[in-house]
Design a protein around this ligand. Structure first.
Ligand code: GDP
Length: 361
């Protein structure tokens, strides 16, 4: 499955956040047979639609989609110089499908900042500089050879141009992601075999003081620093406390700080979206469940997530939109009102589709 690597300077609250991530019990409760690595935190993507479906179908349990966060240990500054920990750090980032930077905004004299002052802008620059330098090194290793080759092999000219353009962006101090060159998008294809770090989608977690959680001016300033990446604001210590409370107590604590949902819930949702994922839903008396697919997946591909045989033997999918199902109140009623659609092999799954697959075994 796809993973999000968590990185950040020392003492910004990564471990605290990661503890909260691993303490949430979505896995223990719902996926008892899953094995988890010690440095992986699995978080459920909250989805109120599942609760509603469970009501309609009388489901015994709810299985949300999940996102995997990987704690990428290791120093950041000097990582691109490629020594020991630095190398491992970059290799771990290379294996992640998205990069989540934890940025310290909380002020606390008892917690030392490595650079002596709390400055989100400087910290973001420090981390991005290492990633940018690592990408420049990769490019400098391959570009001279590519340029030479292109004198004979004219067809690689577009690739050389793409690598040169990427180099220019990086030399200006920008990440390729911020310039719109993102893994999986069309304009990254020619660079894909270079495995550049800054083409991965970025998201930012600002570890803020409690009063900043509701300070819209402050939050807008931070958002401006990281756009087009998404920014999430949470207090890691509060998240750790929330993870240990039952739902009612957690809600009370959240209300007391003026927050609507735990930061981890927001992080899971935004992380899921940043990875280019979406869900479709299935429901029955046993369970209401969200299944994870890539945005743009077709009906047979979606069926394959449940079982490879479902994909191989795919005949069609009976699809009811969540809204129609809620409005009609049951599958039978939705069918009677013409709200159940039979979709074939070409159908591209839409967010909120409630599906039953027909297949040959
Ligand atoms: P890491 O080095 O990035 O993993 O940081 P840690 O999670 O170990 O946190 C470093 C220190 O900052 C610890 O003493 C934490 O208790 C403290 N800390 C973490 N998050 C917060 C926060 O939101 N507010 C305050 N005041 N302290 C925090």
């Amino acid at each position: 499955s796809l993973t999000i690597g968590i990185v950040g300077l020392p003492n910004v609250g990564k471990s605290t956040l990661f503890n909260a991530l691993t303490k949430n019990d979505v896995l223990a409760a719902n996926y008892p047979f899953a094995t988890i690595e010690p440095n992986v935190g699995v978080v459920g993507v909250p989805d109120a639609r599942l609760t509603k479906l469970a009501e309609i179908f009388g489901s015994q349990r709810i299985l949300p989609a999940t996102v995997d966060f990987v704690d990428i240990a290791g120093i950041v500054r000097g990582a691109s110089e490629g020594e020991g920990l630095g190398n491992k750090f970059l290799a771990n980032i290379r294996e992640s499908d998205a990069i989540c930077q934890v940025i310290r905004a909380f002020k606390d004299e008892n917690v030392v900042h490595v650079d002596g002052k709390v400055s989100p802008k400087d910290d973001i620059e420090t981390i991005n500089t290492e990633l940018i330098l690592a990408d420049l090194q990769t490019i400098e290793k391959v570009l001279p050879r590519l340029q030479k080759e292109s004198r004979i092999k004219k067809d690689i000219a577009p690739k050389v141009a793409a690598v040169e353009a990427a180099k220019e962006i990086l030399e200006k101090g920008d990440t390729l992601f911020s310039a719109g060159i993102v893994q999986g998008s069309g304009n990254e294809e020619l660079l894909h075999d270079l495995h550049l770090l800054t083409t991965k989608p970025f998201l930012y977690v600002f570890n803020v003081d409690e009063d900043e959680l509701v300070d819209e001016t402050f939050k807008d300033e931070q958002r401006a620093l990281v756009a087009p990446a998404e920014a999430i604001f949470l207090n890691a210590k509060l998240e750790q406390d929330l993870a240990e409370l039952d739902e009612a107590d957690a809600m009370e604590l959240l209300e007391s700080v003026g927050a609507e949902e735990p930061g981890l819930a927001t992080l899971a949702r935004v992380g899921f979206d940043t990875l280019g994922l979406q869900t479709y839903l299935t429901a029955g008396p046993k369970e209401s469940r969200a299944w994870t697919i890539k945005k743009g997946a077709t009906a047979p591909e979606a069926a394959g997530v449940i079982h490879t045989d479902f994909q191989k033997g795919f005949i069609k999918a009976e699809v009811i939109s969540f809204a129609d199902l809620v409005e009609t109140g049951s599958v039978a009623e939705a069918r009677a009102k013409g709200k159940a659609r039979m979709e074939g092999k070409e159908y591209v799954m839409q967010d909120g589709d409630v599906v039953e697959f027909r297949f040959n075994v």
